[in-house]
Design a protein around this ligand. Sequence first.
Ligand code: 6PG
Length: 471
Amino acid sequence: QQYDFGMIGLGVMGRNLLLNMADHGFAVIGFDLDAQKGVSLESSATKGTSVKGVTALIDLVNNLKAPKKIMMLVPAGKPVDDVIESLLPLISKGDIIIDGGNSHYTDTLRRVNYLHPKGIHFMGMGVSGGEQGARNGPSIMPGGDAEAYQHVKPLLEAIAAKVNNEPCTAYMGKDAAGHYVKMVHNGIEYAIMQLISEVYDILKRGAGLSNSELHEVFKQWNDGELQSFLVEITRDIFLQKDDLTGNDLLDVILDKAGSKGTGKWTSQDAMDLPVAIPTIDMSVSLRTVSAYKDERVLAASLYKPVVKIMKGNKEAIIKQLHDALYFATIICYAQGLAMLHKASYELKMDIPLKDVVKAWRGGCIIRSSLLEVFYNAYNKKGNKLPNILLDKSIAGIIKKKDRNMRAAVKIASQNKLSCACLMSALSYFDAYTTERMPTNLIQAQRDYFGAHTYQRTDKEGTFHTVWGSNE
Ligand code: 6PG
C-alpha cells in the first residue's frame, strides 16, 4: 500500500492528471485495460517520480493507502456506474471515489445517495483546461462530502493552476455541486465561443479583415482588458496553416459544430430552476443551426443574403466590436453566475460563488482577466449578490461599453450578419435593467383569453376583467 492516488481510465486527461500529481510529489497508480496506456504513462513520467500503470483493477485498489482515493475519467453515463459496481467489492468504508468527467449532476446526486449508506464517499469533480491544463495546472471544481474533500484538498491544491499564488480549486458545495458548477462553466464556455465567432464574422465578412489582420486585432485585444484564454487561442488560430494546402486552415474548416451535451443541460436546468440565461440558450441553439448545413444552403439560395463590405473607419468598427465583446462576455458570466446563485439555495448545494470565480481565474477554458473583477465583487458581497450586474464596479464597466455594444449590433443586422448571441446579451441587459417591462400587456392578454387574473400597480389584490366590453 504505497500509492497516494489511483486513476481509472488512462486517456490523455487521466494520464496527464496523474503525471501532474507525480510531479508534485504524490505516488500515483493508474488502471486501464489497454496495457499500452499504462506503459505510455510510466514512460512519460518525470525521472524520480513514483508512477505505475496496471491492467487489473485489484492491483490498483490493493496498492493504495487508506482511505483509498480513486478517481475515474471515463465517458459520462453507464461507464461511470459500471466502474462503481466493479469497485464496490474491492473497497471499504471511508474510501473515496471521484468522478472527474462531465457527468450530469442528477446522476452524481443519485450516485452520492447510493454510496452514502455503504459508507463510501462519492465526489463529483469538474476538471477544466483540456490536455495541457491537466498536465500543467487545471481548474478543479470538487463537490460532495465536506469531510472527504479534506482528504483530497492538499493534492488538488498542489496540482491546480495558480493565480496570485492561490490555487484554482476550492470546495464547490454539497452533493453534486462540483458537476453543477462545471456544467454552468461549460454553458458560459459555449456562449463566449459563440460571441467570439460572431465578432469574427462581422470583422471578416462585414469589415473585410484578412486572417492576418484578425490575428493582429485579437493579439491587441488579448493584451488588454479582453485578455482571456479563448481570445488568446483565437489569436493563434488565425495564423494556423493547413498541412495539406499551406493555406489558412480556418478557411477550410466546415461550419458545423458538435456538442457533448453540457451546454444543453445548462439551458434545460436553467428553465427548471427557473433562471434566465438567454445568451447561453442562444449559443446552444446556434450550434444546432450550424448542424443544419444542407437546409442553410437551400435557404441561402432562396433568400440570397448579400453581405456588403462596410464602409467607414475600420478602426472605429474594431473598437465597437471590442467593446461589444467585452459587454456581452460580462453578460454571459452574469447569467451563469446568477444560475449558480439560484441553484445554490434551490438545490441546497451551498455553492460559494466567491470560490467559484476564484477557481475559474486560471486553468479553465473560461479563464479571463474579468474573473478577478468578479472575485473582488464577491469578496465584498459574498453570496448576497444575486447577479453581478448589481455590483457598482461592474455597472461602471458596462456603462462605458453601452454605446459601442449597440453600434455593433446595429452594423451586424444592417449587413445581414447573424449576431444572435450579441443581440441576446444586449436584450437581456435591457430587460434586466428596466423597471417596467411590457409584461403588463401579457398579463392583460392572459386574463382576456383565460381569466388568469392579474395584479395592479396601484392596489393590493388579484383582479379579473371581462375584456372587450369597451370595443
Ligand atoms: C473544459 C471543457 C471540456 C468540455 C468541452 C465541451 O473545461 O476543459 O469544458 O470539459 O467537455 O469543451 O465539449 P463540447 O463542445 O463538445 O460539448
